[in-house]
Write a protein that binds this ligand. Structure first.
Ligand code: C2E
Ligand code: CA
Ligand code: CA
Length: 646
């Protein structure tokens, strides 16, 4: 049924095109009419008969009216129905052709004379033949006109009765048959090509729509958004602004990994629904692949834009319910405004993306407007990323070692390996300037493997009782074969596993997953030791201490040398130290710079200390010298300061 309807709608469109073609080129109609008028009036002038003249005048009037109508009507105007257009044309066409044929037939019957008869018969037959071709798009009109021209001439020939005219009358039906065949052939060809063109147009529109739609959510996709954004930019009123919101779901990856792609897709669809109901009418919501959405909206000003961002954040923060599971996804948003932050689509998108990055870095679940400083940060990061890859090859990186000292004996127990980058132009770069970039870009995996290898090699040259501590980034732990890589480094260096200590921060454990568990489990089974780094800067460390086999806790230096050290921090350090002794873990105080600090953490129960008071991080040969001195001089070189105060 619907297919039939579809076909009818199609036919209707094709018919419209064909009927419209009757009205194209009204000038050709005018030329034909002018010719007809000239012929009929000239014949009337020669024949000098009242009835004949009346028919000639009627034909002239019909011709003039048709031309006027053809110029007046615009077939593209949808107000005129196809039926109306066709009927108007039909009346004029039939009247004109009928009168033309009649005039020619009358001339034969009346014996108007060879010249006049040839003039009229010749023109009428030509007209009937020609019009059949011109109007083949509407065969009824074309053939109707042809018949109306031809039949009166045939009848005239019969009535006149002379041999020549009888033969002519006898052959006219054959001519008409031939014209029927030609016209219907032409019609079919025209019809098919128009129908074909129509079908491909419909198909193209459909494909275009599909190409701009995201299958999972039914929203616009990247292409659709681009289209909408360009439209919005072109049509925005002078006093309004275009706001571009770039959203990234905060916890989508976890949902997808944990609950599967189907649930993931449902979260995306639900997010799409929520976004569409929260944005003002006329906005475009699109999905940019993965868990990213981009919204284009017209706003009055920055404040309105900010209010909308708050509404979106609130809306996406509400838990979603699937099969009795409550999921909280949440999102971060980067915003760019036109014209302030960019005048074209590409710039706006780029800037919203940068703002999003900033929003995510500043902690999730917030929105950020673009700021030009973000571009500089990005350029800086990109530069560092490119240089970092080369730096590893060019040996610009080295590892320094900072001693971790026993607070009772003053002896060095461990060296923490800290990476340094001696940049040929920028000078010495601190890890804080490039480790985050290395993490972000994945270079950390290569870099981290290199550091572990080097550190293990250096440690293998120290006395048996001295160990090395290496910092690990979250990404290094999640990389496939991470534990094997560490074991390979140890084997290559010939270092016993118990002399390697891996320092990990809580952020590694917050994204708790089976890969982390396996990594720590496998390596500690082999004898590698683990230390919890920067303790006290995260949230729920006690839970992790219970779960994983840490042999050391490193109390963050903010507890020792921060701006608000006092009784409270003392109490905390004391409590942690207490816990350490109960659980058989060592407690390291980081960032010790002054003798008083050393004294106070020792009094609080810390067993180990690290900081500038003892030594900064030093190159491997200096580390070796420190050890040699300490052992050679029978006692602690480094701990002398400590003993002096203790
Ligand atoms: P961290 O693991 O907490 O390392 C201790 C940082 O404190 C080092 O900074 C060290 O130089 C500094 N420090 C030591 N004693 C004192 C002191 O008395 N006062 C003050 N103010 N600072 C002190 P560094 O070397 O700049 O490293 C910064 C961070 O970069 C490290 O923090 C660590 O998280 C990361 N990092 C360093 N090397 C590596 C590495 O090889 N791999 C990875 N993944 N991260 C590294
Ligand atoms: Ca560390
Ligand atoms: Ca630390």
């Amino acid at each position: 049924m619907s297919r039939k309807l579809g076909a009818d709608a199609m036919n209707e469109q094709v018919r419209r095109t064909l009927v419209s073609s009757l009205y194209t080129q009204p000038s050709s109609l005018a030329i034909g009419a002018f010719n007809g008028i000239l012929v009929s009036l000239a014949a009337a002038w020669f024949v000098q008969n009242a009835v004949f003249t009346a028919v000639a005048v009627a034909m002239t009037v019909a011709a003039l009216v048709r031309v006027a109508v053809a110029f007046a009507i615009n077939p593209d105007n949808a107000r005129h129905s196809t039926d109306k257009l066709e009927t108007i044309y039909e009346i004029g066409a039939f009247a004109y052709a009928g009168l033309f044929g009649l005039l020619a037939g009358m001339a034969i019957v009346m014996g108007a004379g060879a010249g006049v008869e040839v003039l009229l018969v010749g023109h009428a037959l030509c007209y009937g033949t020609g019009i059949s071709a011109r109007n083949a798009g509407r065969p009824v009109i074309a053939l109707g006109q042809m018949v109306l021209c031809f039949v009166p001439i045939g009848v005239g020939g019969l009535l006149e009765g002379s041999a020549g005219y009888l033969v002519m009358a006898a052959t006219i039906p054959f001519a008409m048959l031939a014209m029927v065949a030609i016209t219907s052939n032409t019609f079919l060809t025209i019809y098919q090509s128009i129908a074909h063109a129509q079908a491909s147009r419909t198909m193209a529109t459909k494909m275009e729509r599909l190409a701009r739609t995201d299958v999972v959510t039914g929203l616009a996709n990247r292409a659709g958004l681009n289209h909408a954004l360009v439209q919005a930019i072109m049509n925005v009123p002078r006093e309004r602004q275009i706001a571009l919101f770039w959203l990234d779901l905060d916890r989508f990856k976890e949902v997808n990994d944990l609950l599967g792609h189907q649930t993931g897709d449902r979260v995306l669809a639900k997010t799409a629904d929520r976004l569409q109901s929260v944005v003002p009418a006329g906005s475009t919501v699109s999905r940019f692949g993965g868990d990213e959405f981009v919204i284009v909206s017209e706003v009055d000003d920055r404040a309105a834009c900010e209010a909308l961002a708050v509404r979106i954040l609130d809306d996406l923060h509400r838990p979603m319910e699937f099969d009795r599971e409550q999921l909280e996804v949440g999102c971060s948003i980067g915003i760019a405004l036109m014209p302030e932050d960019g005048e074209d689509a590409d710039t706006l998108l780029q800037h919203a993306d940068l703002a999003l990055y900033d929003a995510k870095m500043g902690g999730r679940g917030r929105s950020r407007f673009f700021d030009p400083s973000m571009t500089r940060d990005l350029a800086n990061r990109r530069e560092i990323e490119a240089e970092l890859r080369a730096a590893i090859q060019r040996d610009e990186l080295s590892i320094f070692f900072q001693p971790i000292v026993d607070l009772q004996t003053g002896k060095i127990r461990t060296f923490e390996a800290l990476v340094r980058w001696f940049h040929p132009v920028k000078g010495e770069l601190r890890p804080d300037q490039f480790i985050p970039v290395a993490e972000e870009t994945g270079v950390i995996v290569t870099l981290g493997n290199w550091i572990t290898k080097q550190a293990a090699k250096v440690c293998a040259g120290w006395p048996e009782d001295v160990t090395v501590a290496v910092n690990l980034s979250p990404l290094q732990i999640k990389a496939p074969g991470a534990a094997l890589g560490i074991m390979a480094a140890l084997r290559e260096a010939g270092l016993a596993p118990h002399r390697l200590e891996l320092e990990i921060t809580e952020s590694v454990l917050v994204d708790d997953n089976s890969a982390t568990e396996r990594f720590i489990g496998d390596l500690s089974a082999k004898g590698v030791r683990f230390a919890m780094d920067d303790f006290g800067t995260g949230y729920s460390s006690l839970g992790y201490i219970n779960k994983y086999p840490f042999s050391k806790i490193k109390v963050d230096r903010s507890f020792v040398s921060g701006p608000d050290i006092g009784r409270k921090t003392q109490a905390i350090i004391h409590a942690v130290a207490e816990l350490g002794s109960q659980l058989d873990m060592e407690i390291v105080a980081e960032g010790l710079e002054k003798a008083e600090q050393v004294e106070s953490v020792r009094a609080a129960g810390c067993t180990l200390g690290q900081g500038y008071y003892f030594s900064r991080a030093v190159p491997d040969y200096l580390a070796a010298m420190l050890l040699a001195q300490e052992r050679g001089e029978h006692g602690s070189a480094i701990g002398r300061g400590l003993q002096a105060t203790g």
